[in-house]
Design a protein around this ligand. Structure first.
Ligand code: MG
Length: 401
């Protein structure tokens, strides 16, 4: 029997393993982890999955010096007077007004009775970093001491309050979801010192009047967890029980004037990607988004395979890889005869040549077994049987220890 030209142009195994996108060349071989499913467009350990984007990390603040925000953050206050341009007075109506809050010693300071302050830009789901300090001079008690507030989307208040040796009602404590849920701990520094607050906020998602995801607020204070993905129950409030319900897509970040000159510094946000319930991006996705993403990945792999004409073996494997993501009749019509030709070519090889090609043949067998295991070719697929018989005849099976 004539040996197929496909077999004669076999690429070295190293080339096969590093085939495909340069960015993931060293990640994993194809046909490795369990394949995609209805809500996961990528295989486990998938080499086609995009690498996480690089973010230069934040640096830690000290009491004397605020840290540096991460490189992709939107900086809302960096200690300069110029940063006030991002803020305005929280007026209910009329044209926008500049805030009367002041910038002093690198801090944004509440001027009592001047009113709330809000960002001009609106945000939805965010990671938010805020540092605040209550006045060093202790005045008042309970809710009257160092009170301010961080209002996500202008609605959900994460309480700012000097609770260092200052009891108050639990659901109004510093770090509470005000009026709804007390913090898990009191981890405050003494008044005058900065508290470092990190928040993850996810707004509620409703569809056709039904809640799809209630939304959550997670809060850390000075590295201590205060709110552990607490489900949203509407805007918090004074005296009144808040009601679960939809919220707008976005809103301004507001800081409260509660009559105390609380200071803020190093305020930044990172808008968050959509959740699975909204289509998602890189975790579990909705079934619709998963299907679309799997089609996209398959199309990208087929396009890449089209560039590999000079190496038919590599092209065959790359094309077959696209079938992991999308069952495509045209691709099957192109690939399956190549598998058959490959197996026939191997079957016709003299014994010495088989030993030379061992790595590639075993790799092909591994791929066919993966495809059979996951329903991409039948269990009794003929090329698989041919290669498995050769593996056995050559005594290539892994030895049991
Ligand atoms: Mg408050």
């Amino acid at each position: 029997m004539k040996i197929s030209p496909l077999v004669l142009t076999l690429a070295p195994l190293a080339l096969l393993v590093t085939a495909g996108h340069a960015a993931v060349a060293s990640a994993t071989p194809p046909f490795y982890g369990e394949p995609p499913d209805a809500t996961h467009p990528w295989s486990i350990h998938d080499r086609n999955r995009p690498q996480p984007k690089r973010v230069e990390p934040a640096t830690v603040s000290t009491q004397d010096k605020p840290g540096r925000p991460p490189s992709d953050a939107i900086v809302l206050f960096d200690g300069t007077a110029a940063a006030l341009a991002r803020w305005e007075a929280d007026t209910k109506e009329g044209p926008p007004q500049p805030t009367k809050w002041i910038v002093k010693d690198g801090a944004l300071e509440c001027v009592p009775k001047s009113g709330y302050i809000r960002t001009k830009e609106h945000f939805g789901d965010v990671q938010l970093h805020v540092e605040w300090a209550a006045p060093k001079q202790v005045q008042g008690e309970s809710q009257g001491r160092g009170n301010s507030g961080i209002f996500l989307m202008g609605l959900v208040e994460v309480q700012v309050l000097d609770n260092y040796n200052n009891p108050t009602y639990a659901d109004g404590f510093a770090g509470s979801y005000y009026g709804v849920n007390p913090p898990l701990a009191n981890a405050l520094h003494p008044p005058g010192e900065y508290q470092t607050i990190d928040i993850v906020f996810r707004r509620p998602i409703y569809r056709d009047g039904q809640v799809v995801d209630p939304g959550y607020v997670t809060v850390f204070c000075n590295g201590v967890l205060l709110q552990d993905q607490t489900p949203l129950e509407g805007p918090g409030g004074h005296l009144r029980r808040s009601k679960v319900g939809p919220m707008p897509e976005k809103g301004p970040l507001k800081l409260q004037d509660h009559g105390n000159p609380v200071r803020f510094r190093n305020i930044w946000v990172r808008p968050l990607p959509p959740r699975a319930a909204e289509g998602g991006t890189d975790g579990a996705l909705s079934p619709e988004a998963t299907l679309a993403k799997r089609r996209q990945i398959a199309a990208e792999i087929r396009a890449d395979a089209a560039t590999l004409k000079a190496d038919p073996y590599q092209q065959m494997i790359r094309l077959a890889e696209s079938l992991i993501y999308e069952k495509d009749a045209a691709t099957e019509r192109a690939v399956l005869p190549q598998f058959e030709a490959y197996a026939a070519g191997v079957k016709a090889m003299p014994k010495a040549r088989l030993e030379q090609e061992k790595n590639q043949i075993v790799n092909m067998l591994r791929i066919l077994r993966y495809m059979a295991r996951h329903g991409m070719v039948p269990e009794n697929y003929a090329p698989l049987g041919t290669l498995a018989a050769i593996e056995k005849a050559q005594d290539w099976m892994p030895k049991k220890k």
